[in-house]
Design a protein around this ligand. Structure first.
Ligand SMILES: CC(C)(COP(=O)(O)OP(=O)(O)OC[C@H]1O[C@@H](n2cnc3c(N)ncnc32)[C@H](O)[C@@H]1OP(=O)(O)O)[C@@H](O)C(=O)NCCC(=O)NCCS
Length: 204
């Protein structure tokens, strides 16, 4: 057993650039949809991969993805293009780390490059007992790193509120509760919103 995961030792901060991770791939036919552009899910898997490596480098612990902020697909990525993802830990709190990922697409024949997506993800480091464990702080040195570092607490607060809402929603839509009051169009002689036990008539 790793003694560091048992004993509370203050963690020194690490430069954000120490966790910088870059992944580059060419977009092949199996990665694309019928429009000849990359599947959104494929790009999201790449984002999660590269961010996982960055968070692990920073904490040197196994990590899990706690959440992914929204991913906006700004430009299509075409078959034959290269996608380059760069990720680094921007900020950490007690046991969680925020990772910023930038995705750049490059038309390999013209050399034209565009930022096609950006995303923030949160990872939690786990101790040998599988519970969240403290992580090192982040030293933000460049202007870009400082901007992301300074604005991170605000994003963390937004995630805290979103998580509460998700939990509330999960309880409401939970496996023990039937879905009630789903809108039902009025049938002649009856009023709308009669309420179903389940929207699809199946158990969840
Ligand atoms: C993420 C997880 C480890 C949090 O564990 P927990 O026992 O609920 O722990 P806490 O509530 O104390 O949260 C621990 C940290 O995670 C952060 N966190 C938890 N859920 C979060 C979320 N949805 N978004 C952002 N941060 C989150 C907390 O703010 C806290 O950060 P801090 O210690 O830096 O202040 C747990 O919910 C889990 O295992 N989820 C499933 C993860 C998973 O399977 N991911 C996909 C596959 S890798």
């Amino acid at each position: 057993m790793n003694i560091l995961s048992k004993v509370a030792i203050p963690h020194a901060s690490r430069p954000a650039s120490d966790s910088l991770t870059i992944k580059e791939s060419i977009v092949l036919p199996p990665d694309t949809n019928h429009h000849g552009t990359i599947f959104g899910g494929k790009l999201m898997a790449y984002i999660d991969d590269v961010a996982t490596i960055a968070a692990t480098k920073h904490s040197r612990r196994p990590v899990v993805t706690a959440s992914t902020d929204s991913v906006d697909f700004l430009y299509p990525v075409k078959k034959g293009d290269a996608v380059s993802l760069s990720a680094f830990v921007t900020w950490s709190h007690k046991t969680s780390m925020e990772v910023f990922v930038r995705v750049v697409t490059e038309d390999l024949l013209t050399g034209k490059r565009k930022v096609c997506a950006t995303s923030f993800l949160t990872f939690v480091a786990l101790g040998d007992d599988g519970k969240p464990v403290e992580v090192p702080g982040v030293n933000a040195l460049s202007d870009e790193e400082r901007l992301l570092f300074d604005t991170a607490p605000e994003r963390k607060e937004a995630r805290r509120i979103r998580r509460q809402e998700s939990k509330h929603f999960a309880n409401y839509m939970g496996t023990d509760s039937a879905i009630k009051n789903v809108y039902a169009p009025p049938v002649s002689g009856q009023s709308a919103n009669k309420g179903y036990e389940s929207a699809w008539g199946v158990e969840w």
